[in-house]
Design a protein around this ligand. Sequence first.
Ligand code: FAQ
Length: 338
Amino acid sequence: MSAFPRTPNTRPLPNVGLPTDPDYEQRLAEFEARIEAGEKIEPGDWMPYEYWRQLVRMISQHAHSEVVGMLPEGAWITRAPSLRRKLILLAKVQDEAGHGQYLYHAVETLGVDRGTLIHQLLEGKAKYSSVFNYPTLTWADVAMIGWLVDGAAIKNQTMLAHCSYGPYSRAMVRICAEETFHYKQGKEAITLYAQGTPRQRRWAQDALDRWWWPALMMFGPHDKDSPNTPALMRWKIKTKSNDTLRQEFVNEIIPELMAVGLEIPDPDLRYDEETGNWLIGPIDWAEFWQVIRGNGLMNQARMAARRQAHEEGQWVREAVEAYARRHQARQAPEKIAA
Ligand code: FAQ
């Protein structure tokens, strides 16, 4: 059962308004006027239940994506081709953990603690980005993730930096700054491979062949199949739709990939002079839904790795709690005794 039912029967926080409240319509009008005026909604401000639900859903999925997203690249830390590349990769994977932290904090401002969210993830009840259920077979895959996956993430998150919920928008500003470095190091590494030996060029092309479509799927289903977009756009959580962002990304990345001599793995790709858009062929949505339902190549391995990390981290959580108790006791011994 979902932790966030569509029809609320309980109020999750005192400031969350239910449609059955007598003053709901008036407060909703005031809330929407604030959003229309470009004000940020902050923790503790009145908000409709559906706004709260959408934020918890989306930010928690985003947090899980950052954390699970450490795994495909993390697998290559011990196999990096040079010390420089190893240092860059270590820093990148550590950044992703930090992004997960900011985002879990952002959900906590909505009254849902991270323990609950992590439990949902480990139980297989929470979603995370489909793209992290594909394997990293070569070092070029790691570089391609930086260029393509971080590139797609930045496109989406630059929009979210303008979203109406204050804590989420502020987290995005910092995350985008860090992702920009991730993107640049991936582009640099692939550019070197694309201009390198025949084998390196093959690795770069092979990585693009396998990551191209999963990266485009990151933007979510077509707008007509996206049930959440209307509410998200109404309240400016999203300010651009899935298809709009995907098209913007495609228009930007295709000339960049072509410039280093890579071939886009899409036989239907064509440039439309009239609109200035690169038009892509059909996306395999059956594959996308299979991956989201847990049947992708790496879903089981990703969840097994997360569960193992969680179990192995138990002593750290216990130590932190013991330290916090001792620190608290030193600060206020009389309160603890009481
Ligand atoms: N994967 O109605 P919509 C990163 C689900 S961060 C899995 O269109 P919405 C950093 C969707 O949740 C990458 N599920 O949904 C990094 C919904 O299910 P629900 C993550 C997906 O919310 C880089 C259902 O399908 N970024 O990469 C996906 O309007 C490198 C219907 O879809 C974010 O999370 C998908 N791709 O639009 C880390 C950004 N797409 O919940 C390491 C924040 C859709 O109703 C290495 N999120 N679904 O059961 C968003 O912007 C939006 O949530 C979308 C989806 C655009 C992802």
